[in-house]
Design a protein around this ligand. Structure first.
Ligand SMILES: C[S@@+](CC[C@H](N)C(=O)[O-])C[C@H]1O[C@@H](n2cnc3c(N)ncnc32)[C@H](O)[C@@H]1O
Length: 207
C-alpha cells in the first residue's frame, strides 16, 4: 500500500533539501523530558518480551530501552553514524535516509518488536516505510510509534504543524492501517507536568 492514499500536501516540508545535510552533525541531546523518557522505558518493559529481536527505527544515541532487560538483538537505523555508534543499546546499526530509500535493509521476519520514538513527523513516505517494517516483523510481531509534541520545524511534515494532537494520532493510526497492521491501538502514557507521550501500536497478523 502506498502513501498516495493520503493527500501529498500533508507531507510538504519547509526544508526539502536532502536530510543527510541536516543530520550530518551529531546531536547528543534528548528530545523529551526525563519523566517522559521514564514513561516510555516503563512501557517498553511490558511491550518488548525478554530475548526479543528489536529494531529501533529513526534511532540515535539513545533507544530508551530498559537497561536491565536482555534482548537477542537490538538493531538501529538512523541518520547519524556517531550517534548510532554511541548508542549502548544497539548491537548493530545502519545509516539510511528513509525519505530517500524507504526499504529497510533487513530480511523478512527478522524482528519481534519495532520501536520508532519521537520521529514519525519527519517521514515523507511513512506508509512505504511502515509497509516494509511490517515485512521485517515476525508473525504476531508488534510496532510502537511514540509521539510527543516537540519537533525540528523545518524538517517536520506540514501535517504535524497543522493538525491537533488527536488528529496526529489518527493520522499515524491511518499510516499503520494503510501499511497493513492489525490491532491498531492508542495508549496515552503522558506523565503529569512533563512532555506528553502518545503511543500508537500495531501488530503483524499471524499467517
Ligand atoms: C528527534 S530525533 C529522535 C531520536 C530517537 N529516536 C529518540 O527517541 O531520541 C529524530 C531522529 O530521526 C532520525 N531521522 C530523521 N530523518 C530521518 C530519515 N530521513 N531517515 C532515517 N532517520 C531519520 C534522526 O537520525 C534522529 O535520530
Amino acid at each position: 500500500m502506498q502513501d498516495n492514499a493520503l493527500p501529498p500536501q500533508l507531507f510538504a516540508r519547509q526544508d526539502e533539501s536532502p536530510d543527510s545535510a541536516f543530520y550530518r552533525e551529531p546531536r547528543f541531546v534528548t528530545h523529551i523530558d526525563d519523566a517522559t523518557i521514564d514513561a516510555l522505558t516503563e512501557f517498553y518493559r511490558t511491550f518488548i518480551p525478554e530475548r526479543a529481536a528489536v529494531l529501533d527505527l529513526m534511532s540515535s544515541w539513545v533507544s530508551h530501552l530498559p537497561p536491565e532487560c536482555s534482548y537477542d538483538r537490538v538493531a538501529g537505523l538512523g541518520m547519524n553514524e556517531a550517534e548510532l555508534a554511541a548508542n549502548p543499546s544497539l548491537d548493530d546499526h545502519v545509516v539510511q535516509d528513509l525519505n530517500a530509500a524507504p526499504e529497510l535493509p533487513y530480511p523478512d521476519r527478522a524482528f519481534d518488536r519495532i520501536t520508532l520514538a519521537v520521529s514519525i513527523q519527519y517521514l515523507t513516505h511513512p506508509v512505504e516505510v511502515l509497509s516494509d517494517a511490517l515485512r521485517t516483523l515476525k508473525d504476531g510481531g508488534e510496532i510502537c510509534i511514540a509521539m510527543s509534541h516537540r519537533l525540528f520545524p523545518t524538517k517536520a511534515i506540514l501535517a504535524f504543524h497543522r493538525l491537533s494532537p488527536a488528529d496526529r494520532v489518527r493520522l499515524v493510526s491511518t499510516y499503520l492501517e494503510l501499511a497493513g497492521f492489525k490491532d491498531i491501538r492508542f495508549i496515552d502514557r503522558s506523565p503529569d507536568g512533563a512532555d506528553p507521550l502518545w503511543l500508537v501500536a500495531g501488530r503483524r497478523a499471524e499467517d
